[in-house]
Design a protein around this ligand. Structure first.
Ligand code: GAP
Length: 441
């Protein structure tokens, strides 16, 4: 059963000690709200991205992919409306200069940091895009921006993709990559950071087909949520009220998740109309319309956009997977067992090979076995500490199967396979181990 009392402190500590996520630049005192994905974190993150790509690009004949530049022509951000409207309302305490998002606090209250009353400035619009200079001269002509969303490259490249991939509406373009936002209030671990990864789809449809496509994508997003093992009792749809819609959206449903710090946006599904293609057509002077090959009709397709954060997926998976159980020890006592019950297909390590002793007789069997299995799955090889401690470590990183090589293995050519969730152990012939494990994933 998932632990009701899971705190962010517990999660952050577990991620650090087990190599999932570390505080960024730690030896220099850290860097606020910057996080590094460690040896296991990078595998889990890659597994999320690969599974998303397989589900939404590889397995669908109406989808193709893209991997565009992060720094685009600044005209893109002018046309998309980001330069003018991608802002948050900022207020500052006149006394201690702490900054807040005006829409997240009570503007009549005292400053939360220094306690001064009536000290907050009037809200001012703060553009969230990171500005930089391209080339050696820091002058107006060389200003560029780090992309605040992956979506725009899909709109800009749309005619190239459509023609080279020979696709007809309806079809979609997917992209995974980093996005950057100079957030006023980053925080809550990897929930809101200034650099993060998105998995986005722009799905192009005939203007009158948007409603059916929207409902279909909402269903697909829930299938994805289930695939990631997210606790269904923590997942909600929020119909975003018209006054809160982004400048490009006519309808948005946020998929929200109950994080330990409250219910927050996990993903967004937006109906972007033809806002982006129309804006880029007007700004670039290029005809971005699609010509229906059957009727010859020319039109700008409308767009449904499922937009997912990789890091928020990771965090929601951590929260959903974290489980504490009472487990029986070898001497008949019980003790709490922390298990990350990741879906087996997404777990960072699939199989751990654990020789019961460090003696050559066992490691000479166990190590080649680990090398053989590593050609198929991500494998951990661990020969130090007691077997109980090693099982506990593997449970905490969510390894579905632990394979123990013991002295009997030398005679019966078999190993013990322990299941993470049931803790049941089964003796399996070495010759049949790969087949046995293949059937599990
Ligand atoms: N292209 C549309 C778009 O970017 P968004 O709601 O601003 O929409 C989409 O962002 C998703 O990206 C969010 O639902 C969230 O999962 C993720 N995201 C946005 N800002 C983030 C941040 N500062 N840190 C981590 N993830 C973020």
């Amino acid at each position: 059963m998932a632990d009701e009392k899971l705190t962010m402190e517990t999660l952050v500590a577990l991620c650090k000690s087990r190599g999932l996520i570390y505080p960024g630049s730690e030896i220099y005192g850290g860097m606020a709200n910057s996080w590094d994905y460690g040896p296991l974190g990078v595998i889990l993150k890659n597994n999320i991205k690969q599974a998303w790509w397989k589900m939404f690009v590889q397995e669908r004949l109406d989808m193709v992919g893209l991997d565009a530049a992060l720094i685009m022509n600044p005209k893109v951000w002018q046309a998309s409306g980001h330069l003018a409207t991608f802002t948050d309302p900022l207020v500052e305490c006149k006394n201690c200069h702490e900054r807040y998002r005006a829409d997240e606090i009570d503007l009549t209250a005292a400053c939360a940091k220094c306690g001064t009353k009536d000290s907050l400035t009037e809200p001012a619009s703060f553009n969230l895009m990171f500005k930089t200079f391209v080339g050696p001269k820091e002058e107006a002509e060389s200003v560029a921006y780090l992309r605040p969303e992956t979506a725009q490259a899909i709109f800009v490249d749309w005619p190239l993709v459509m023609n080279s991939a020979r696709r007809r509406v309806p079809f979609g373009v997917a992209q995974i990559g980093k996005a950057f936002r100079n957030e006023i209030t980053p925080g809550n671990f990897i929930f809101r950071t200034r650099e993060f990864e998105q998995m986005e789809i722009e799905y192009f449809v005939k203007p009158d087909a948007w409603e059916a496509a929207f409902e279909d994508w909402l269903k697909r997003l829930h299938e994805w949520v289930e695939f990631c093992g997210l606790d269904s009792e923590k997942v909600y749809d929020l119909e975003v009220p018209p006054e809160e819609l982004a400048h490009y959206s006519k309808r948005t449903v946020d998929i929200e998740f109950d994080f330990p710090f409250g219910r927050k946006e996990l993903y967004g599904l937006a109906y972007r109309t033809d806002f982006d293609l129309r804006s880029h057509m007007e700004a670039s002077g290029k005809d971005l319309r699609f010509t229906d090959p059957q009727t010859g009709e020319k039109y700008l397709p409308h767009v449904i956009e499922p937009s997912l954060g990789v890091d928020r997926t990771f965090l929601a998976m951590l929260v959903s997977a974290y489980t504490v159980e009472e487990a029986r020890t070898a001497d008949g006592e019980t003790e709490p067992r922390v298990v990350m019950k990741f879906p087996k297909a997404l777990a960072p390590i699939k199989v751990a090979i654990l020789p019961l002793s460090k003696k050559d007789e066992l490691t000479s069997v166990a190590k080649p076995l680990a090398e053989r299995l590593a050609k198929k799955w991500s494998v951990d090889y661990d020969e130090t500490q007691s077997i109980g401690k090693r099982y506990r470590r593997q449970d905490e990183i969510g390894t579905p199967y632990c394979v123990t090589v013991d002295f009997d293995s030398l005679n019966d050519q078999a190993v013990t396979v322990r299941d993470r969730d049931s803790m049941e152990q089964e003796r399996v012939n070495l010759a049949e181990l790969e087949e046995y494990l293949s059937a599990k994933f």
